[in-house]
Design a protein around this ligand. Structure first.
Ligand code: PHE
Length: 375
């Protein structure tokens, strides 16, 4: 009787261990802001990533297994990003992690990945600090010192501006970083930054800062923030009579940027980003077609980048022939001339991708291709 009892316990134990291991699946984690102020960032990237997973699974999977994606919502909060990344690693036992879009949250999640030796690939975080965390953290996009050069060149050579103002979000690592790099670059190209003003993400009234900016008579305003605030800033700038062009970085990109009154306020403004949907390249147009078929709307930069982040990670796992963390990260580091939907991707020694940027113009609420700037 005793023997039978212990036998039964052993059978149950073995069964539950093998179930937990889901040995026919490769578990990949993802953390994004699916709710909260910046929800379009998370929704666009999870859509793009799911497309990559679906394609790999439909064409036979990875190392003979299916990829299973476990996605958590960090609600747009750095602290929550750390919590869900911890959960992905400790409870779900994922082999690698994709996320986040926003640099502040990638820094917080990246530190957890690094200390647990779990490879992480961020699709879209551009602040240099993200991959500087350590050798388990990678990105498939360019970094902000380059983005600052792109917009400094554009302001100097295309818009012919000599005196500009900067309005930055002090609660956002991406924004403060990009503002600093821009001031340095624009000045080194002979321009003058006449005033730098600050706000905190979520603020609703920017009149004091905009009035201070207006009194310095700049020829343009660089606003390295997220779409959530940029629309309101533009509306209020026009209300107090600022007619000069506004320009910014990839954080502007969202279908929500030009909603309502922001559409007119942002007419003739510019921002740099990772991809233009006007690009006739068959890879770009093919992705747009697939994305539209599945989700019924146009992809944005984050959808493209998350798709590439997934594909680069899956390729690395394939080349590694294993789900061992060290092998995956070594293969990620070797990524070279990968043909992605955001262009050809090579990961450099700092674990960053070296790629061109595009500048888009806002015309009638749409983002229209203006120029490409090579690294
Ligand atoms: N680059 C931004 C950051 O690092 C995130 C972002 C990427 C936003 C692409 C929009 C589009 O925070």
């Amino acid at each position: 009787m005793k023997k039978l009892f212990f036998g039964l316990i052993a059978v149950i134990a073995v069964f539950s261990v093998s179930c937990n291991k889901s040995s026919n699946e490769i578990l990949i984690g993802e953390y994004e802001s699916l709710t909260g102020a910046e929800a379009t960032f998370g929704i666009s990237s999870t859509n793009g990533l799911n497309l990559a997973v679906e394609e790999i699974n439909n064409s036979g999977g990875l190392l003979g297994k299916k990829i299973k994606l476990i996605t958590y919502d960090d609600q747009g909060k750095p602290q929550e990003a750390a919590t869900v990344v911890q959960r992905l690693i400790k409870q779900d036992n994922v082999v690698a992690i994709i996320g986040e879009v926003a640099s502040s949250r990638s820094i917080s999640g990246g530190q957890i990945c690094q200390s647990n030796k779990t490879p992480m690939v961020t699709p879209a975080s551009t602040n240099p600090e993200v991959t500087a965390i350590g050798d388990y953290v990678y990105r498939v996009c360019f970094i902000d010192p380059f983005q600052a050069t792109v917009m400094s060149k554009f302001a100097t050579n295309t818009l012919k501006l000599k005196k500009v103002a900067v309005l930055k979000d002090v609660k956002n690592a991406y924004s403060t970083g990009l503002a600093d790099f821009f001031v340095k670059e624009f000045t080194s190209m002979g321009g003058q930054v006449v005033v730098v003003q600050s706000y905190s993400s979520g603020d609703k009234d920017f009149k004091a800062q905009l009035t201070a900016i207006k009194s310095e008579n700049p020829e343009g305003i660089f606003i390295p923030g997220y779409y959530t605030d940029v629309g309101l800033i533009a509306i209020q700038a026009r209300e107090i009579g600022i007619t000069q062009p506004l320009f910014g970085g990839d954080g502007w990109e969202s279908e929500k940027l030009t909603e309502g009154k922001a559409k007119d306020a942002l007419e003739g403004s510019f921002f740099s980003t990772h991809v233009s949907t006007d690009n006739p390249d068959p890879m770009v147009q093919g992705f747009i077609k697939k994305y539209k078929e599945k989700y019924g709307k146009m992809p944005d930069a984050m959808s493209f980048l998350a798709y590439d982040a997934g594909m680069i990670l899956f390729e690395a796992i394939k080349r590694a022939g294993s789900v061992e963390a060290d092998k995956i990260k070594n293969e990620l580091a070797k990524t070279k001339d990968f043909k992605g939907v955001t262009g050809t991707i090579t990961i450099n020694e700092q674990r960053n991708a070296v790629k061109p940027a595009v500048v888009l113009e806002i015309k009638n609420g749409k983002f229209v291709y203006k120029e490409t700037v090579q690294p």
